[in-house]
Design a binder for this molecule. Structure first.
Ligand SMILES: [Zn+2]
Length: 87
């Protein structure tokens, strides 16, 4: 059976949603019974959320610029192609 040590090895993958369905259900089952690991999982999830939020913010402006640039370029390319199709 799963014990706290093996569960905590997988806890990060669990909160990241990277475990197999089987392993995930094992961890979930353990968390349902074990307050200690549950607290651990919640702490990890909170940290993960904060990191993700930071990453997204950092990515956001760069990504937005890149996406805007790309959409603008694609729009240009499309308008170049369209007149030919129209005829
Ligand atoms: Zn435990």
């Amino acid at each position: 059976m799963s014990n706290c040590e093996t569960i905590r090895d997988d806890l990060k993958a669990y909160v990241d949603g990277q475990l197999s369905l089987l392993r995930k259900s094992e961890v979930a089952l353990h968390l349902a019974r074990c307050a200690g690991c549950r607290r651990e999982a919640e702490a990890m999830r909170r940290i993960g959320d904060q990191l993700r939020a930071l990453d997204l913010e950092a990515l956001d402006s760069e990504l937005r610029a890149r996406i805007l640039e790309r959409t603008a370029r694609e729009a240009e390319e499309e308008t170049e192609v369209l007149p030919g199709r129209r005829g």
